[in-house]
Design a protein around this ligand. Structure first.
Ligand code: 6PG
Length: 210
């Protein structure tokens, strides 16, 4: 499973660690991350810290089965290490049974931002991203990683702030937003939207996709 960062998934992680704690075979899970900020794992900005505090520290998933993007080391080294880790997982692709992603108000997902050169990446699985509007560099899985290594991908999107991005995505905007470029070769994409995030979708769109 590949976990998402940001703030939206936190409540989901807390629920999985509480109401669903005894319903999940945690010992069978390998945990990866879709992206990470280039900070230490105990930094408030760390996606790993958010997932650890809200779920991973509360459930019996083996520490050896949690694969962190190492935001604390030199980014290119961290990216190369993570790519090697992904490629070392035994078995045929897709190796990620389930990927959880969030959505930014600008249509970004993971650390794949609109207009970023990383959207043109066709082979590397992990990349370093420097985004002017963000102070922190990021490490992110790339489109080849999501589209060739993932089976089922879930977007969890909540809040009025995301409604326009959702409307643009379901309106099949051209050129596509980064989130629209997530198309697993051997899997499917499912959007879980709360009412506010879906509030700009017309009935025809809702009927078509729901
Ligand atoms: C991150 C995430 C990013 C996030 C979106 C939505 O590192 O922040 O990977 O893609 O999912 O920005 O963030 P919120 O859930 O906080 O709205």
């Amino acid at each position: 499973m590949v976990l998402a960062g940001g703030s939206t998934p936190k409540r989901l992680y807390q629920i999985l660690a509480a109401e669903y704690r005894d319903k999940i075979s945690w010992d069978k899970l390998l945990i990866f991350f879709g992206d990470e900020r280039c900070v230490a794992p105990d930094d408030a900005e760390s996606n790993y810290k958010m997932a650890y505090d809200s779920m991973l520290s509360q459930v019996p998933v083996a520490r050896r089965n949690i694969f962190r993007l190492k935001g604390e080391i030199e980014p290119q080294k961290a990216a190369a290490e993570y790519e090697a880790t992904i490629k070392s997982v035994p078995g045929e692709r897709p190796i990620f049974d389930l990927v959880l992603l969030g959505l930014g108000a600008d249509g970004h997902t993971a650390s794949l931002f609109p207009g970023s050169p990383v959207l043109q990446e066709t082979s590397d699985l992990v990349a370093v991203v420097r985004v002017e509007k963000l102070t922190l560099s990021r490490l992110t899985l790339t489109l080849p990683a999501f589209n060739s290594y993932a089976k089922d991908i879930i977007f969890l999107v909540a809040g009025k702030g995301k409604a326009e991005a959702v409307q643009r995505i379901f309106g099949d905007e051209k050129p596509p937003l980064p989130a629209q470029m997530i198309k697993p070769d051997k899997g499917k994409v499912t959007y879980f939207l709360d009412e506010e995030a879906a509030s700009l979708l017309d009935n025809e769109t809702l009927e078509k996709f729901a």
